[in-house]
Design a protein. Structure first.
Length: 267
């Protein structure tokens, strides 16, 4: 019932338009909602009227949203691409994602409803992202929210691949390091490196994989791209690198460029 109310408020806010665009909360001051809050960062040069794509990003374990809005591999990407960055605070600096029916899903829906009441939101371009535990939370949110999501941008954290997800974003993009010792690369049987996105390949009814090749944003890290381009209900992309547990330079930037139809640039 509570989640349904959050969805209703979100949809009403989208269609009614922003009511509090001059809200003082943002990078340094959290926007208060329920018994916690969230931080946000507007893109550079926003005209104050144009609809904003949104990146809802869940922070890693032990952090809060202000780390996200000040992060050069996250905020630098959104600021330069006209994207509103929204970073909710996890209760006790973590997220509840292990089981279905997460209270943090309802909280994140309430955050989006509050953001939509403050700013003009492009409801066709709502992206959800996260790093580490935050990535697993982004998976959980994408798995069970009723908010229409254009894309999931997940970094070094997943759910179990046998989860039953009643919903799925139109585009799934995941990155994971083969040497990750914090949230280990979910390798499949026989060394199957496509296993990290098996859940979404099934949910979106995907066919065969297409190896796209290697790419770099910085010379010291090469990522290998795999894509499933013939999915019935969307598309899936997996970037693999030889490193550990971190946000690769330029990864969010590249995927936002692809989603927004922009030429790739760094950052």
């Amino acid at each position: 019932m509570v989640r349904n109310m959050h969805i209703l408020l979100f949809l009403l806010a989208l269609f009614a338009g922003p009511a509090r665009a001059d809200a003082p909360c943002g990078i340094d001051q959290p926007c208060t909602i329920e018994d916690r809050g969230y931080f946000l960062r507007l893109p550079d040069g926003w005209d104050g009227q144009s609809e904003l794509p949104v990146l809802l990003h869940f922070h890693g374990w032990g952090r809060q949203g202000d780390v996200v809005t000040g992060h050069d591999r996250i905020a630098s990407a959104t600021r330069k691409r006209g994207v509103l960055l929204v970073a909710p605070n996890g209760r006790n600096r973590t997220w509840s994602f292990w089981r279905p029916g997460s209270a943090d899903t309802a909280f994140a829906e309430a955050v989006l409803a509050d953001v939509a009441a403050r700013y003009p939101i492009d409801r066709a371009r709502i992206y959800v992202s996260g790093y580490s535990y935050g990535s697993a939370m982004a998976w959980r949110f994408a798995c069970e929210t009723d908010v229409p999501l254009a894309a999931l941008l997940a970094i070094a954290g997943t759910l179990r691949q046998d989860e039953d997800c009643p919903s799925a974003p139109r585009s799934v993009r995941h990155v994971h390091g083969l040497d990750d010792t914090v949230m280990e690369f979910p390798m499949g049987a026989g060394g199957d490196q496509t296993r990290p996105v098996a859940l979404w390949r099934q949910a979106l009814d995907c066919g065969d994989v297409t190896p796209v090749g290697a790419w770099q944003a910085r010379s010291f890290l090469t990522l290998t791209r795999l894509e499933w381009q013939d999915c019935t209900a969307g598309q899936v992309a997996l970037d693999i690198h030889p490193g550990g547990h971190f946000i690769p330079h330029g990864w969010i930037a590249r995927h936002l460029d692809e989603l927004l139809g922009l030429p790739f640039s760094y950052p």
